[in-house]
Design a protein around this ligand. Sequence first.
Ligand SMILES: C[S@@+](CC[C@H](N)C(=O)[O-])C[C@H]1O[C@@H](n2cnc3c(N)ncnc32)[C@H](O)[C@@H]1O
Length: 286
Amino acid sequence: MLSYQHIYHAGGPADVHKHAALCLLLEHLAAKTKPFSVIDLYAGEGRYDLTADRAQKTKEYDQGVARIWPAPAHPPLMQGYFNVLSGLNADGALRTYPGSPEIIRAFLRTDDHLTLNELHPSAYRTLRHWRTDDSRISIHKRDGLEALVGLVPPAIRRGLVFIDPSYEVKTEYTDLAAKLAHATAKWPQGIYALWYPILAEGRHRTLIENAAAQVEVEIFKSEIMLTRPNHSEADGPIGLLGTGLLVFNPPWQFDTAMTEAGIWLANALTAGSGRHTSAWLRRTKD
Ligand SMILES: C[S@@+](CC[C@H](N)C(=O)[O-])C[C@H]1O[C@@H](n2cnc3c(N)ncnc32)[C@H](O)[C@@H]1O
């Protein structure tokens, strides 16, 4: 039984981190005229109305995108992300937050292709209504882990798989590395970006260790720790300690771009108390 609904978390700090990285990867793919394909395995609803009751209940965007919007001074390499935000919020008031499908779609050219996958019945229904008129987009309703192996390689061999699970099933932490090892063996040229939450239980460490041991392509890690200096026990559980990304087969210079963006984001999202760290888990070239 799937209960996770992304609208409660839309535009939160984790979204900002993963979506800034997604934009950097898409900019790289769109820099060449050759077509590219993207597979978004845990697509969600497409886009989110931040004024809706469910988004207002948690207001996670207050700790995320609202802290950097409208961002009068931001590094030029964040421009792609801000262009998507401005495209949806033209009058400057932040009402709509783009999900990964909306972000990816903003970068598609005529011959590029986007494959979306979403298993939750109601999120799938919303996603199907989101862009029914775009022939560059196909939509599946499969288990994300099964689709990770089943959908690669895509017909267009330049591209990216975006993996953003809800981690409702705790075995996802252990199963992901084996599936990634299988997928990268089937499509070794593909770029794969995997998001994970950093929680007190520390399950993400198993995921990282397994990925480094089993997936035989280059792996780059970016993490933002969301230190909250004024948090007290009375405020309740602290929840998300940080947000992490593993990028498999990162494009040339993604490491420096992501590090610059991550340092800026860690500062902007936490008023200077957070921290970005990055590292290569596996490096085969200099
Ligand atoms: C973190 S949200 C995705 C957010 C989206 N990628 C974005 O950036 O806007 C995770 C999504 O995965 C879906 N989901 C959960 N379990 C799944 C599974 N086994 N296979 C595919 N989708 C699943 C959830 O319904 C939810 O919409």
